[in-house]
Ligand binder design. Sequence first.
Ligand code: ASP
Length: 336
Amino acid sequence: MGKMGKKKILLIGTGGTIASEMGENGLEPELTSRQLLRYVPDISGICEIDCIQLFSLDSTNIRPEHWLRIAGSIQEHYERYDGFVISHGTDTMAYTAAGLSYLVQNSPKPVVLTGAQKPIGYETTDSKQNLRDAFTVAASGMSGVLLVFNGKIIIGTRARKTRSKSFEAFSSINYPIVGMVQDGRLIQYIKPERSAPHGFYERLDSRVALLKLVPGIDCGVMEYLLDRSSAVIIESFGVGGLPVYETGSFYETVKRGLDAGKTVVLTTQVENEGSDLSVYHVGSRIKRSLPILEAYDMTTEAVVAKLMWILGRANEREEVAKLFYTPIACDILSVF
Ligand code: ASP
């Protein structure tokens, strides 16, 4: 708590459109977190703020090593602040939100990601409102990793960028939004339970690949990915399954990968409602006979980040499966 009983919040700048200015070849992140705050002086009425700038990147360039730096910075400053706001590009913000949900688990203090579709210096911009809302949430006493955008408060493991241009850029997938910020007032609909003790983690295995199936896909693509990765997530069709073509056996390829110690997760490319491999022969055969994992209602972003976190600390198949199906930060609800 700061002077006059106000909450103390740390703003961590990482780049993104919110901090961008027009360069010779398009928008580039230029402004620091301190410069961002100058556009919204009224935020000082919500809380006391300190700023740090970790890097200035278009989030297209943000990788798991950057998630580790953000998490490390939160850990370093954890005791001194009541909450954290991370300004971030929107393109990979859902991945970073998921990554932080595994690196900073069960935080009693809020860790809030936000950004914008239009730079803060533009006349029409969502930057200022999103920043104000993010600080409102960070100073609210809510907990865990949250993404705040266009008034919506979304659990970090449930966020996805679903619109590339308009202000309503993010959706909460297979989980309700936990609240809203309307005209500066926080309305909290649900209070997610914190299931396990609070903890920071410092290792990730970033060799996780994602294969989106297309009709007629060459099975050699999967073989290539399995060779080069610790884990492959297969985004299949509908409730999930593997194709059976005459041209090459996906089943045998997955089996060889599993025998070589790789992790394989089946999920769906359908945005809502998740997988259920038990329904059709194309899914149930592989689920019953091979030790693959199933994503159920998890988002692909969360599966990517969860596997990186799990494989950074475990490689025994049973341990990997146990961790994968253990709910963390509301990431998975149904395991049949
Ligand atoms: N390309 C930008 C980024 O992700 C887009 C944005 O921030 O809205 O950094």
